[in-house]
Design a protein around this ligand. Structure first.
Ligand SMILES: C[S@@+](CC[C@H](N)C(=O)[O-])C[C@H]1O[C@@H](n2cnc3c(N)ncnc32)[C@H](O)[C@@H]1O
Length: 206
C-alpha cells in the first residue's frame, strides 16, 4: 500500500467510518486506554487517530495529541473534539506518522489503534513511535493480525491483493512484525468480537 492509496481509502471511509468501525472496534480502544492507566499530566500521542473515537476515553488531565494523514478523517476528529469540549486534546495534526515532526522523547505513551496494517511501512512507523516516545515510556498497539486458524488465514491471504482498495492488509503477520521491529511484548490480550484483534503493550527501551 502506498500513502496515496491510504489517503484515497480513508477519504472514502470518512463519512461512514464511525457507523461501520465505531462500535465494532470500541472494545479494543477502551482496553488500550484503560491499560495505559494515565496519570495527570501524562502526554499521549495517537498515530492514525482517525475520526478521534478514542479521544473521549482519556481523562481530562491527560494531554493528547493526534496525527493522521487523512484530512477528511481529521476533520471529523476536530468536530468530535469540539462536540465533547475536549480541551485536553491539545492538537490534531495532518502528518505522516512514518516521518513525524516531533522532537525525540516527547511523549509518555504512544498508541497506534488499528493503524499498523494500514501504513505503507509498519517497521518505519514503529521506529518513529519509539523515537518520539520517552525512554521507559510505553507503546500500545491494537490491530488485527493474520489468523492462526488455517482456513481463516487462507481467506485473509486471498483478499490481501485488495489491500489498496480496502485500506488495510488483512493477512498482516504478528510474528513477522515482531521479528522485524524487535518489539518486546509485555502484555497481550485479544479484543473485540471473538478476540479477532489483539492489543499489546511494549516498553520503550532505547
Ligand atoms: C482503521 S483507521 C483507525 C482510526 C482510529 N485509530 C480508530 O481507532 O478508529 C486507520 C487510520 O490510520 C491513518 N493512517 C494510515 N497511514 C497513516 C500514516 N502513515 N500516518 C498517519 N496516519 C495514517 C488513516 O488515515 C486512518 O485514519
Amino acid at each position: 500500500m502506498d500513502i496515496n492509496a491510504v489517503k484515497n481509502a480513508y477519504r472514502r471511509y470518512a463519512p461512514g467510518y464511525d457507523l461501520y468501525f465505531g462500535a465494532i472496534l470500541d472494545h479494543g480502544r477502551r482496553k488500550a486506554v484503560a491499560k495505559m492507566n494515565c496519570k495527570p499530566g501524562d502526554t499521549v500521542l495517537e498515530v492514525g487517530v482517525g475520526t478521534g473515537l478514542s479521544l473521549p476515553l482519556y481523562g481530562s488531565s491527560v494531554r493528547v495529541v493526534g496525527v493522521d494523514v487523512s484530512p477528511e478523517m481529521l476533520e471529523r476528529a476536530r468536530f468530535l473534539k469540539e462536540r465533547y469540549n475536549l480541551r485536553n486534546v491539545v492538537s490534531l495534526m495532518e502528518m505522516d506518522a512514518q516521518e513525524m515532526d516531533f522532537p525525540s522523547d516527547s511523549f509518555d505513551k504512544v498508541a497506534a489503534m488499528y493503524v499498523i496494517s494500514v501504513v505503507p511501512d509498519a517497521v518505519r512507523l514503529v521506529k518513529e513511535m519509539r523515537r518520539v516516545c520517552k525512554p521507559g515510556g510505553e507503546i500500545y498497539i491494537v490491530n488485527h493480525f493474520r489468523h492462526s486458524n488455517p482456513l481463516i488465514g487462507a481467506v485473509e491471504r486471498c483478499i490481501s491483493p485488495l489491500s489498496n482498495m480496502i485500506g488495510f492488509k488483512p493477512d498482516f503477520s504478528l510474528e513477522e512484525f515482531i521479528s522485524k521491529t524487535g518489539l518486546e511484548i509485555r502484555d497481550r490480550m485479544p479484543v473485540n468480537f471473538f478476540g479477532y484483534w489483539t492489543m499489546f503493550r511494549t516498553v520503550n527501551a532505547k
